[in-house]
Write a protein that binds this ligand. Structure first.
Ligand SMILES: Nc1nc2c(c(=O)[nH]1)N(C=O)[C@@H](CNc1ccc(C(=O)N[C@@H](CCC(=O)O)C(=O)O)cc1)CN2
Ligand SMILES: Nc1nc2c(ncn2[C@@H]2O[C@H](COP(=O)(O)OP(=O)(O)OP(=O)(O)O)[C@@H](O)[C@H]2O)c(=O)[nH]1
Ligand SMILES: [Mg+2]
Length: 441
């Protein structure tokens, strides 16, 4: 017997209205017990007064009942919309536990939806991504995947593979002389075309992963250049400690930014110098490591020292660097717009000068990195690994050599792709083979 689970679906804490979800065979009876009345008509909100087993009122709210299998999870689902107070939440949870329900594990509603075949794995992942989405690009990407964008493509690839496998199996069963001349050539051409499609999606998939994870932007520079001040200015809050003391920042501090709808993770790091103290020296090591893995570096210099530039920072500059000349409000002499071959912007973390231009520059850099071409369908390394395995299986075959081995490679490619949606059933392959090709043996 499946457990009946419950959870607060809306955010925890005080709120105007809180949404609760109950799922499983006991959910309808739980609503009847709590309300003391018959269920409302399916999928229609009904006003309910909820009481616990002792008759003590819990709340006055709304209830919906979704009879199985027409619900999000495919099970009987009850939703309660109650007042969003902590005491209401405690009283409801206690009453539900008394009725034999248990709190849901993280993701358990979606897991049940997957097990019931309501959604596939890629759609379940997309629900998690949509809930986590912080920018427009992340929302669009998650929504596309949740609505089956990746699942449909994977199914189309798999259908092509099933067709190939079917023809190979047929070829194996034909006598040599009865084989249609061009059958093997056509199968080979289609396998190559599919491998090329997969390769194109794999190339775009890096963009999909970057949209999901956020582009890594790292601030580097000498102590006191104003890195933490810039981070705070860009984040719009005092995320990092700022002080006139050199060597203030030691740990890497991250903030999430929405840059024109594109997601970024901005990291502040320890000022680069030969540190004497062990803790600061470790901070500098972390700064260098972080800068090396960054997608984009912001090299911060103290503009009051111009034209002198910190050597340790200069040494880290590459073609994915934007130079920031900070404290520009203290400088009257003109500042360059190019330093060490990189574009340079004069900014003042203190006054906000040049920050709009910096945000525009970053938004454009992200757009160039993340947009362009078709919207990527592969959004996780898991998808990439599966598509890569499928492509490799198709690359390594030769139908001419051995039809059996070729059929095996095609089956392996289909199975690898099936891992993306979680629908790996070789029964289906067999059905297609024996259904389509009645070769009368
Ligand atoms: N109150 C509420 N809002 C919500 C959800 C929810 O579960 N409850 N969702 C949950 O994440 C999302 C909406 N997704 C949903 C997906 C499927 C079904 C559902 O009942 N499906 C049935 C019936 C389909 C139909 O008649 O249109 C089914 O698939 O059989 C409901 C919500 C976002 N908003
Ligand atoms: N005048 C002026 N002072 C600034 C500006 N930005 C930062 N400062 C000052 O410079 C000093 C150092 O700023 P921080 O942001 O802590 O510098 P940092 O680069 O993070 O320094 P470390 O963490 O030690 O590496 C502080 O006193 C800031 O108030 C600016 O634009 N103009
Ligand atoms: Mg700092």
């Amino acid at each position: 017997m499946t457990d009946t689970i419950y959870a607060l679906a809306s955010g925890a804490g005080r709120a105007g209205v809180a949404v609760w979800r109950l799922s499983g065979p006991g959910s309808a009876a739980a609503l009847e017990a709590l309300s003391g009345r018959p269920l409302p008509p399916p999928r229609r909100a009904g006003r309910v007064r909820l009481r616990d087993a002792a008759g003590e009122p819990i709340d006055d709210g709304l209830a919906l009942w979704f009879p199985a299998p027409h619900s999000f999870t495919g099970e009987a689902v009850v939703e309660l919309q109650l007042h969003g107070g902590r005491a209401v939440a405690r009283a409801l949870a206690a009453a539900l536990e008394r009725l034999g329900l248990r709190p849901a594990e993280p993701g358990e509603f979606s897991r049940r939806a997957f097990l019931a075949g309501k959604i596939d794995l890629s759609q379940a992942e997309a629900i998690a991504d949509l809930v986590a989405a912080e920018t427009a690009a992340q929302r669009r990407q998650a929504l596309r995947q949740m609505e089956g964008g990746l699942a449909r493509e994977v199914e189309a690839w798999r259908a092509r593979l099933v067709g190939l496998a079917a023809r190979l199996e047929a070829a194996i069963d034909f006598a040599e002389e009865d084989l249609p001349d061009d059958l093997i050539a056509r199968v080979e051409a289609e396998a190559a075309a599919l491998a090329a499609d997969l390769a194109a999606h794999l190339a775009a998939g890096r963009r999909g992963e970057a949209v999901r994870d956020g582009v890594e932007i790292t601030l580097i520079g000498a102590p006191n250049a104003g890195k933490s001040s810039l981070l705070n200015r860009l984040a719009g809050r005092e995320a990092a400690i700022v002080s006139a003391e050199a060597g203030t920042t030691r740990d890497v501090i991250e903030v999430h930014l929405d840059l024109g709808g594109w997601p970024a993770i901005l990291a502040d790091t320890a000022g680069l110098r030969e540190a004497e103290a062990a803790i600061e020296a470790e901070g500098v090591r972390r700064a260098l490591r972080r800068a090396e893995q960054a997608d984009l570096k912001l090299a911060v210099f103290d503009a009051t020292h111009w034209p002198e530039l910190d050597a340790a920072t200069l040494a880290m500059i590459d073609d994915a660097t934007l130079v920031l000349l900070n404290k520009s409000e203290l400088v009257t002499a003109p500042l360059p717009d190019c330093v060490a071959g990189c574009p340079a912007l004069a900014v003042s973390a203190r006054r906000g000068d040049g920050i709009e231009a910096l945000l525009d520059h970053l938004a454009l850099a992200l757009e160039q990195r993340l947009a362009g071409g078709a919207a990527p369908l592969l959004t996780r390394s898991r998808h990439r690994a599966a598509a890569e395995a499928a492509r490799a299986a198709l690359d390594g075959w030769s139908a001419r050599g051995d039809l059996g081995l070729a059929a095996e490679a095609v089956r392996a490619a289909a199975a690898a792709l099936g891992r993306i949606t979680g629908r790996v059933d070789s029964e289906e392959l067999l059905d297609a083979i024996f259904g389509e090709f009645c070769i009368g043996k």
